[in-house]
Write a protein that binds this ligand. Structure first.
Ligand SMILES: *[C@@H]1O[C@H](CO)[C@@H](O)[C@H](O)[C@H]1NC(C)=O
Ligand SMILES: *[C@@H]1O[C@H](CO)[C@@H](O)[C@H](O)[C@H]1NC(C)=O
Ligand SMILES: *[C@@H]1O[C@H](CO)[C@@H](O)[C@H](O)[C@H]1NC(C)=O
Ligand SMILES: *[C@@H]1O[C@H](CO)[C@@H](O)[C@H](O)[C@H]1NC(C)=O
Ligand SMILES: *[C@@H]1O[C@H](CO)[C@@H](O)[C@H](O)[C@H]1NC(C)=O
Ligand SMILES: *[C@@H]1O[C@H](CO)[C@@H](O)[C@H](O)[C@H]1NC(C)=O
Length: 485
């Protein structure tokens, strides 16, 4: 108990709830549709209103007006398919929760198979191959922001991705193949600041090393990047002005001008790469932002979060930091040192070696947290025990702990706390504990890897509502509770 109590004290979200319990123990907490009714006095469970887990239809924070001077600062983050998405009036096919789960498995295989930057070897497993024209998203982002490129600025809605480096957008004339998108394709002739990166230049060589692509070029640097499921973007490497806000402008930003994009990208206009490599947005803006960025992912599709660059972040009262590690096999990913898991206030007996075998990376694009098989088995067993009063439902894909909660209006969930080196605890927001596949199937939003050697992945579902600060310069990553709703 001593360990739990002290970890609990370190955790501001817990403190907020305790204060709340002292002050008004029966009043509802309502946050943009997500309803936590109460938490028990020892703070080992959440009582949530089940209806608040249902997909939202209305955006409670209307998107910002578009236009050059109107890009928000920090950038407003919306769930790609929700009512707050700038893409909502486009022709987006909203994937079903089952498709999202399928996409998520593809994402995880992609992350694990990208060893040695050999992106041609990814995804040999035909079982998870999905047709490239199915209109599904790759799940590379799940969350979108608006950025501007060119002079005058043309505005685009892109997915942001900490698991990849190259930023690209679809460009005219699109001599190859482009997917439908809401905005017009980038028109380089209409931009007075546009130039292409020459073949053989340092920038071109760096790009080739970042994408693992050794495609020959003659005059203009070309690129081709595959995402493991048959989808890819190819085109030429360009320079133009990137606008993140009226005061955040980068004159010679390098990005891919995609003219041949086989798209599982929904209707988004491209990708904003936030990995560690030199070609990423984070590296290219290092002089202004000092290799620091942060985001907050909202708990429901009806609310918005933010993506902030530099130290402008800091919406939460306290940030708890854990070292940001580099894995030499995958130097462009952000690794953390996970050390344990508690369920319902009890620390699970999992050997620390289970977490260190493969390491744990944090990813904005993976939905459901992946754990080493042994760690997941312990979590699942404790969770099932805590949920033993609820009727089980069938499993789907890798989600094997599901409940039919349709007969309940409120549900009591055990707390799930993820422990990181050292004294940094992520007390998963109740919206990050269950994943709703249908009204009669709510599943534990964690999964086990197939092998101990697969990376553990801290998924975006479990990051929801936290301010997540990537202080790459100082080698630390911080979590601040209550960054957004
Ligand atoms: C930016 O927003 C303001 C206020 O909503 C509006 O008047 C202006 O036209 C917008 N600018 C552009 C370029 O859309
Ligand atoms: C929307 O999708 C339908 C069906 O694929 C297509 O016929 C239509 O042209 C699309 N509309 C736009 C504006 O892209
Ligand atoms: C990359 O994958 C291809 C196809 O599997 C293989 O032929 C090639 O040897 C690999 N390259 C490296 C550097 O591993
Ligand atoms: C692209 O911009 C050029 C220069 O402004 C213009 O002449 C051309 O019509 C534009 N193309 C499209 C498809 O809008
Ligand atoms: C990234 O850029 C820095 C400075 O230009 C350089 O020292 C370093 O070798 C580059 N790294 C890679 C992987 O290209
Ligand atoms: C789920 O539970 C409800 C209410 O208890 C029941 O009516 C329904 O048949 C169950 N559905 C499934 C698919 O188990």
């Amino acid at each position: 108990m001593a360990t739990n109590y002290s970890s609990f004290l370190r955790f501001p979200f817990g403190l907020v709830l305790v204060l709340f319990l002292i002050g008004c123990s029966s009043k509802k907490v309502e946050a943009n549709g997500f309803k936590e009714l109460t938490a028990d006095v020892h703070y080992h469970s959440h009582v949530i209103e089940l209806s608040s887990l249902m997909p939202a239809e209305v955006c409670s924070t209307p998107p910002k007006v578009s236009g050059a001077e109107n890009l928000s600062k920090p950038l407003q983050v919306a769930h790609k398919y929700g009512p707050c998405s700038p893409l909502k009036n486009g022709n987006t096919t909203i994937p079903s929760p089952h498709q999202i789960v399928l996409d998520d498995e593809i994402r995880v295989k992609y992350l694990n198979s990208k060893t040695s930057k050999n992106q041609t070897t990814v995804l040999q497993d035909s079982a998870v191959r999905i047709p490239a024209n199915s209109g599904l998203s790759l799940g590379t982002g799940n969350f979108v922001v608006n950025i501007g490129l060119g002079t005058p600025m043309q505005e685009f809605t892109v997915e942001f991705d900490t698991g990849s480096d190259l930023t690209w957008i679809q460009c005219q004339p699109c001599s190859g193949q482009c997917h439908r998108q809401k905005d017009p394709y980038f028109n380089r002739s209409a931009s007075s600041t546009h130039s292409s990166v020459p073949c053989g230049s340092n920038d071109c060589n760096q790009l080739k090393s970042a994408t693992g692509n050794s495609q020959a070029c003659t005059t203009t640097c070309t690129y081709r990047i595959g995402y493991g499921d048959g989808s890819y973007s190819g085109g030429y490497y360009a320079r133009d002005k990137l606008t993140l806000s009226s005061s955040d402008v980068f004159p010679n930003f390098r990005f891919g001008c995609g003219e041949n994009n086989q798209g599982l990208f929904g209707t988004s206009d491209g990708l904003l790469g936030l990995g560690r490599d030199n070609v990423s947005t984070v590296s290219q803006t290092i002089q202004k932002y000092g290799n620091i960025f942060s985001y907050c992912l909202p708990s429901t599709t009806s609310s918005t979060g933010y993506l902030a660059f530099g130290s402008q972040a800091g919406t939460t009262p306290r940030i708890f930091n854990t070292p940001l590690l580099v894995n030499s096999n995958r130097p462009n990913f952000y690794f953390l040192s996970m050390t344990g898991i508690s369920v319902g206030g009890k620390k699970l007996a999992i050997s620390p070696a289970v977490f260190t075998t493969s390491g744990t990376l944090i990813d904005s694009g993976t939905v459901v947290t992946r754990l080493a098989p042994t760690a997941y088995a312990a979590l699942r067993s404790a969770f099932r025990q805590a949920m033993s009063n609820y009727p089980r439902a069938v499993s789907t894909s890798f989600m094997d702990t599901c409940y039919n909660l349709s007969g309940y209006s409120n549900v009591v969930l055990p707390t799930i706390v993820l422990h990181f080196y050292r004294y940094t605890d992520l007390n998963v927001h109740p919206s990050g504990i269950l994943f709703q596949l249908s009204s009669t199937q709510h599943c534990l939003a964690f999964a086990g890897n197939r092998a101990d050697t697969d990376f553990g992945i801290l998924g975006n579902k479990q990051q929801q509502t936290f301010e997540v600060v990537y202080n790459v310069a100082a080698g630390k990553l911080g979590f601040g509770a209550g960054g957004c709703r």
